[in-house]
Design a protein around this ligand. Structure first.
Ligand code: WT7
Length: 690
């Protein structure tokens, strides 16, 4: 072999290249200019600047990571085209890599090629490695895990696909999925993909009315659920919640119920036993031939208005982007056991529990339990038992666990781990260091990964993008291949100084971006492309240091992040406004040591009210739980005489955020308020409340 990274990979190879070495000492050579010893490395070299043989075999002039990055952004057609040819299995090859029109915010990738996502994620691996484990289902009780091979997964997918077809589901139809993290959930997602239906997974912690509004917005006719699930020893009545939701959705024709609890199913109106129906399926219809741009799934996420947005992700670009990011950011190698503990109800679960790992033919863990069940050692006990090689979780869980001390970590063998990933919210240095020093024994590479439901996959991450730089704690650092982050000031001008702070935008397009908001392309344009013309606007603020490393400072809109869950403050306000006694509300996020942020609600009541302030507060909290989910319930609820407003009637949220934070010393100029006296009323009540 002349130089690594130049190995010729035949075009017919569909799987990622075989593991060459577990360490960078070999792989590093052509990519690294500095020897390891000189680096002030926080992390070991477990994750290296993995070369991409699919690219370097075709473009041998690329010999460094820098060159590879430049190539990826300057020649997106060549870069993504080569990857698209080799990482995806096509029914009909594509001839056009990408087309985009910023004026209408329309983007397409590989639109004239045809393929099937389930074939790419399952069938091709089942053909070559039928007995390889695809899923390890880590159920609520430790030690009861189940392994599902690619062959078994394929058969499950075909059966669920058959049942969906019997229910009349056709290409393009939407199917709602309200299931816990489980093999049947993965099989149902892929069954939709197999027949060309579009899945919409709704997080199983959402309430009946949140589920109903998502079913209605998507226009789903079938919903798939389970009788119940168990998390942290607690039973979650999914079938009951689904019944309540379906009562609010006239168009639902079938409810497929999977038996999850072990008890016999009790079936009601429109409900069918999913497993029983699967047992009667014999044979399977050929997978649907999907266009590269056909929708793969809808995923609802919070924005700055009360109505969640149904982001539309399409087939080829999304699959390619999740596959390559999964491989490069986590240094995925065949034989690894990939442990992302996210719920499939969120984008992290879609991209790094299901699609990315399965695209790469990996073994992926489905974690159905809780980080503190039966005790705060659960994650690390699972790592030891399953020999997990990459662990991917949220800062909120780390902040919770570090409070229980190091013993719960140290008593388990974590020597299988190589990479520790963090996602979903800013990670504070204390949690980052604990992750690195205690969990990873200073041996594993910690990757803080920044991305969003909208981006489909990881956008900023210290690896593979900064191969020679030490990992800077609590920084996602640098862009993935093919993407160009930038910062803009309040006037919309791009900031060209290296050291800068502003709105985090992205120039150019990448294959994983959500293509539209279901039924509302205008909202898509207005939200992401109008604020900073020519660029995608993330909604986040960021800082860039003198070395070009990014650090995320948080949302710039009215979206908050509670225990890693994205929540629109307007969603909570809308629910509270429905209460007969409420005249006005304003909800803000307030920093919280474990949750990241917590919900702080300011409420103005009408002159005449029906009951006491205590009762109304209780009712409001119950309403939020009923209409959204438990995590959205205001931890603090302050009833006040009025809200601070400008003379033009705009609520000054900055002021409320400051008050909620307890940061009263300098409230800035409040003389422009229509009625400055409301501020002292609020402060008064706030101090009494604490
Ligand atoms: C928002 C996206 C990314 C998948 C899970 C959340 C915040 C995400 C980070 C990070 C700081 C982060 C941002 C972003 N966020 N990752 N590494 N550092 N903030 O997806 O629900 O669409 O939320 O989560 O504010 O905009 P999401």
């Amino acid at each position: 072999r002349k130089a690594l990274g130049r190995e010729v990979v035949p075009h017919t190879t569909r799987l990622p290249p075989p593991r060459v070495s577990s360490c960078c000492s070999v792989l590093r050579r052509p990519w690294s200019v500095r020897p390891q010893a000189q680096l002030r490395c926080y992390s070991s070299a477990a994750v290296c600047s993995s070369p991409i043989p699919e690219i370097t075999s075709k473009f041998p002039e690329i010999t460094s990571y820098d060159e590879l990055y430049k190539f990826s952004v300057n020649q997106p057609d060549a870069f993504w085209g080569a990857l698209g040819e080799q990482l995806l299995q096509w029914q009909r090859p594509f001839s056009t890599v990408t087309q985009h029109d910023l004026s209408t915010s329309t983007f397409s990738w590989f639109h004239d090629g045809t393929l099937n996502a389930a074939v790419n994620c399952v069938d091709r691996h089942a053909e070559h490695h039928p007995d390889r484990v695809a899923l390890i289902w880590e159920k609520d009780e430790p030690g009861t895990e189940q392994r599902i091979t690619y062959r078994e997964l394929q058969s499950e997918v075909e059966k669920v696909a058959g049942v969906l077809q019997q229910c009349g589901v056709k290409k393009g139809d939407r199917v709602a999925i309200y299931l816990p993290v489980s093999p049947i959930a993965v099989a149902t997602m892929l069954a939709c993909a197999r027949i060309g239906a579009v899945h919409s997974v709704v997080f199983a912690g959402f309430s009946a009315s949140a589920l109903a509004s998502r079913i209605r917005d998507a226009g789903a006719k079938v919903v798939v659920t389970a009788d119940s699930s168990k998390r942290g020893g607690r039973v979650i009545e999914l079938q009951k919640v689904t019944r309540e939701a379906v009562a609010l959705c006239q168009d639902i024709e079938y409810v497929l119920v999977a038996q999850h609890s072990g008890a016999p199913l009790q079936l009601g109106h429109k409900e069918l036993d999913l497993q029983q129906a699967m047992a009667s399926i014999t044979g399977s219809a050929p997978p649907s031939e999907q266009g590269g741009e056909d929708p793969l799934f809808l995923l609802y996420t919070s924005g700055s208005t009360g109505q969640p947005k149904g982001l539309v992700h399409t087939t080829a670009g999304y699959l390619l982007y999740t596959a390559i990011t999964h491989r490069l950011v986590f240094d995925y190698q065949p034989g690894d056991v990939f442990g992302c503990v996210a719920d499939i109800g969120w984008i992290t679960g879609h991209s790094y529990v299901v699609y990315g790992p399965l695209m790469n033919g990996a073994t992926t863990v489905l974690f159905e339990s809780s980080p503190i069940y039966p005790d705060p050692g659960r994650y690390w006990e699972t790592v030891q038992r399953l020999r997990i090689t990459q662990f991917y979780g949220a800062p909120t869980a780390l902040r919770l666990l570090l409070r229980y001390g190091d013993e719960f970590v140290k008593k388990y063998d974590r020597s299988s781990l190589r990479v520790l990933g963090s996602v979903g919210e800013p990670i504070n240095p204390e949690a980052w260091r604990w992750y690195h020093e205690v969990v990873g024994d200073r041996r594993c590479t910690v990757v803080d990964t920044w991305w969003q439901s909208e981006t489909g996959g990881i956008m900023l991450s210290p690896r593979p993008s900064a191969p020679d730089a030490p990992v800077k704690e609590a920084h996602p650092m640098r862009p993935m291949l093919g993407m160009t982050p930038l910062l803009c000031d309040a006037e919309g001008h791009q900031l060209h100084d290296v050291e800068a702070s502003g709105a985090l935008c992205i120039a150019g397009v990448w294959p994983g971006i959500a293509r539209t908001i279901h039924g509302d392309h205008k909202r898509y344009q207005d939200t992401y492309f109008s604020p900073y013309p020519g660029f995608y606007f993330s909604g986040d603020g960021a800082m860039r240091d003198s070395e070009g490393n990014y650090h995320i400072t948080g949302r710039m809109d009215d979206v908050i992040n509670v225990t890693g869950h994205r929540l629109g403050t307007a969603e909570v306000e809308d629910v509270m406004m429905e209460h007969v006694d409420v005249s006005e509300t304003a909800v803000v996020g307030c920093p919280h040591p474990v949750k990241g942020e917590t919900v702080f609600a300011f409420v103005v009541l009408k002159e005449q009210v029906s009951s006491s302030i205590e009762d109304i507060s209780k009712q409001l909290r119950a309403d939020v739980k009923k209409h959204i989910a438990s995590y959205a319930v205001p931890e603090f609820l302050l009833v006040t005489r009025g809200l601070p407003k400008t003379r033009s009637g705009k609520v000054m949220r900055r002021l409320l955020r400051q008050i909620a934070k307890g940061d009263h010393d300098d409230l800035g100029d409040i003389s422009t308020l229509a009625d400055p006296s409301v501020v002292s009323d609020i402060l008064d009540k706030f101090l009494k409340m604490k």
